[in-house]
Design a binder for this molecule. Structure first.
Ligand SMILES: O=C(O)CCc1cccc(O)c1
Length: 511
């Protein structure tokens, strides 16, 4: 019997797998997700996402539902062991340039519940739990064969897929199948991660507290109305077994819980984690791709682990859908790794810098905390990330810079277009609806508008005096071509020239 065939098979139904499957399903792509667990892994893990990633959740249709389960985060503070503030990065709580709070906390199982329920609304996606993928094989350029075992019945099966997306985490089988290995970016520390539920009010600043202390670095943050997360670097002789009970944990928590009695604190879990920095040496082999923790691992000190996976999903999904429907050439898929890898590397570097500032001993550590930490925002390359909460531009991709574009045009290309508002109150993403867009200063000519439509895109004038208008002017541009994932493809002064750069994508837009 021949194996069934699907256009896309996703291995792993964590946040990255669920996001990429939903984005594909929104574009009508049939997608099968296989996960080794019967249902959501119940323990808390990731707790933070930024506004760029919140914007992706909104595109999935989860804006209100995520708002209801999340908690605003006021930013990040590096403090010394006596809680004196060394550096503080404050985040916009209302709406930043993407239309969402710049830093938001949540409970991962709750987020996964939303993502799963949302996926069920798409009939082109199927999720099967209790399925262990055992082998992924590519023979030449044909479809990929995926073998699996049903963990309940023990039955074995196979599926043929045009594309396989490995969202199967740090110990990825898909990564091994394409012969990729993790490059060590030289960071490895054992930490204790503690989640606590309490009705008591801790009355702390509601951002992330990073205690810089080479003896016992620590992190504290509120993640919900009644939920808190602590992380403590473990001493060489310690393990999680030393901290199973609240009375053992209490001395560590006391700088924040003060006189709250330990019986008012319920430990949801205490676990030992090894924080690592790793990047897969390649993220693709022909029809197989790696996303999320299968492709990169970061220490959690800037809360970017889950963000990176969801960014991978948003970057790849529209490209893959366009290749599958024949509207973009296969080579577009090369830009996935070219764009995402340097970005993931930059965020890992930032996390390592903060982690090193928190934990490094000796004169080097003292110097780092005294000289570098207070000036974090002035370090070239970091200032935008640190001060403006804007992640690095995608400059190395052929998909964001045409070969003939001059340097001064680079101000906007490769960056995310702000999710600005239009006159009717809608934001850019709602107006573009996942299509290519030409955003202009002043109305574009009827010819340009018609040409944008003919290419399957849309054309909009930024309202006078709006954020989008100011953003184009600051970038010395009169128009920008924005990709379906919100990244600026080209920007410049000639809307009709830019319109010609709009790829023929999707189907002609009806007015
Ligand atoms: O970027 C921010 O404002 C918060 C960063 C953060 C989030 C979660 C954990 C963590 O260690 C840092």
């Amino acid at each position: 019997m021949t194996a069934p065939h699907v256009p896309v098979l996703v291995v792993g139904a964590g946040p990255t797998g669920l996001t990429v499957a939903t984005l594909l399903a929104q574009r009508g792509v049939e997608c099968l997700l296989l996960d080794r667990w019967a249902s959501i892994y119940p323990q808390p893990r990731a707790v933070h996402l930024d506004d760029e990633v919140y914007r992706i959740l909104a595109r999935l249709g989860l804006r209100e539902e995520f708002a209801a389960i999340s908690w605003p985060c006021h930013g990040l503070r590096l403090v010394d062991p006596s809680m004196r503030v060394l550096a503080e990065l404050r985040r916009a709580g209302g709406t930043g340039r993407h239309g969402f709070p710049e830093a938001t906390m949540f409970d991962q199982p709750e987020l996964e519940r939303l993502l799963r329920a949302n996926l069920e609304r798409h009939h082109t996606a199927t999720l099967r739990g209790d399925i262990e993928v055992t082998r992924v094989t590519q023979d030449g350029a044909g479809p990929v064969r995926v073998d699996y075992t049903d963990r309940v019945s023990g039955a074995q099966g196979s599926v043929l897929a045009d594309h396989v997306l490995g969202c199967d985490g740090a110990n990825s089988l898909v990564r091994a199948a394409i012969g990729a290995t993790m490059q060590d970016l030289h960071f490895e520390q054992r930490w204790l991660v503690v989640d606590v539920a309490t009705d008591a009010e801790l009355d702390e600043w509601e951002g992330v507290h990073q205690v810089c202390d080479p003896y016992r670095a620590a992190t504290y943050m509120r993640i919900g109305r009644h939920r808190y997360r602590w992380e403590f670097q473990l001493r060489p002789h310690e393990t999680v077994e030393d901290y199973r009970h609240i009375d053992q944990l209490h001395p560590l928590l006391r700088p924040w819980t003060r006189d709250i009695p330990s019986d008012a604190l319920h430990v949801v879990r205490a676990a030992e984690y090894t924080f690592r920095a790793q990047l897969a040496d390649h993220w693709r082999d022909r029809r197989v791709f790696l996303l999320g923790d299968a492709a990169h691992l970061t220490p959690p000190f800037v809360g970017q682990g889950l963000c990176a996976g969801i960014r991978d999903a948003a970057n790849l999904a529209w490209k893959l859908a366009a290749v599958l429907d024949g509207s973009l050439p296969e080579q577009v898929l090369d830009s996935y790794e070219a764009e995402r890898k340097p970005h993931a590397r930059a965020m890992i570097r930032l996390a390592k810098l903060i982690g090193t500032a928190m934990t490094q001993g000796g004169d080097a550590g003292t110097l780092l905390r005294r000289i570098v930490v207070p000036r974090l925002a002035r370090i070239p390359g970091l200032s935008r990330i640190v001060l403006d909460s804007e992640t690095p531009p995608l400059h190395r991709s052929a998909l964001v810079l045409g070969p003939r574009l001059r340097l001064r045009r680079r101000r906007l290309a490769g960056r995310l277009c702000p999710n600005g508002r239009f006159g009717d109150g809608r934001r850019l993403d709602e107006v573009t609806g996942g299509r290519f867009a030409l955003v202009t200063i002043g109305p574009a000519s009827p010819t340009v508008t018609a040409e944008a439509r003919r290419r399957g895109g849309v054309c909009f004038a930024a309202p006078a005096d709006s954020d989008l208008h100011r953003w184009l002017r600051r970038g010395r541009a009169r128009a920008a071509v924005v990709r379906p994932d919100g990244t600026v493809l080209h920007a410049g002064r000639d809307p009709s020239g830019l319109c010609a750069a709009l790829p023929h994508h999707g189907h002609e837009e009806e007015s």
